[in-house]
Design a protein around this ligand. Structure first.
Ligand SMILES: Nc1ncnc2c1ncn2[C@@H]1O[C@H](COP(=O)(O)OP(=O)(O)OP(=O)(O)O)[C@@H](O)[C@H]1O
Length: 205
């Protein structure tokens, strides 16, 4: 995955500019920076959920799985039914392996709406295994996870990378995954460098 001279905005406010990076197959990029700097906004842009102000992201679309939180979960369906739905949507996937990878086998018949926060997060992560997509974009994937689940998550990401996959993660904690780190402070757009609707931001030196 590559970004070239990317600038991103949220709610009409430019946040980050001058971002260029490459993430090769089999490797990971961790996005870091203070609350509100634009990590989620950058991930949404990489995922194609919003257009960049300027610049280019490749590839897009159906090679990307964006997730790790419970959005789109069907609360009245069980854990296994949610995963089956997800697998069917993406046309492939080993549900038993996904349950096992995130210690969800014992919870397979529980309605998603009755899961604890950490269990729900694990279900969100298990879905990534069923997408069959090579690029995972993960926003704060370990929030609510206990220590053992963080280790399991790191194992799942390593396995994904080992198979030639790519992961881009926004995180405030060290996940123990070998990765390039992109500190976003260096790309923050200075207030006052934007006039009207015309993007005129520049990265902070
Ligand atoms: N819909 C919106 N309209 C206007 N501003 C928004 C909107 N969504 C987010 N923002 C603002 O955009 C900025 C960037 O938000 P973003 O969620 O990308 O930050 P973040 O780096 O992921 O933060 P955190 O570490 O807290 O998760 C924040 O100042 C936020 O308040």
């Amino acid at each position: 995955m590559a970004a070239r001279d990317l600038a991103v905005a949220r709610g009409g406010v430019p946040l980050l500019a001058g971002l260029s990076f490459d993430v090769a197959p089999g490797s990971a990029l961790v996005l870091t920076g203070r609350n509100g700097i634009g990590k989620t906004t950058l991930l949404r842009t990489l995922a194609g959920l919003q257009p960049p102000l300027v610049g280019e992201v490749t590839p897009g679309g159906d090679r990307i799985a964006y997730g790790a939180h419970a959005d789109g979960m069907k609360g009245t369906l069980t854990v296994a039914e949610n995963l089956a739905f997800w697998a069917k949507m993406h046309g492939a996937g080993d549900i038993a392996a996904a349950l096992e990878a995130f210690q969800l086998s014992a919870l397979r018949d529980r309605a998603a709406q009755h899961l604890s926060a950490g269990q729900r997060r694990r279900l969100g992560l298990a879905r990534m295994l069923l997408t069959g997509r090579p690029i995972w974009l993960l926003d704060e994937p370990t929030v609510s996870l206990d220590r053992d689940s963080v280790l399991r998550f790191a194992d799942a990401v390593r396995a994904h990378l080992g198979g030639g996959g790519i992961a881009v993660l926004a995180s405030h904690v060290d996940l123990g995954i070998e990765a390039q780190v992109l500190e976003l402070e260096a790309f923050r757009v200075r207030p006052g460098t934007v006039q009207g609707d015309v993007f005129a931001g520049e990265a902070v030196e």
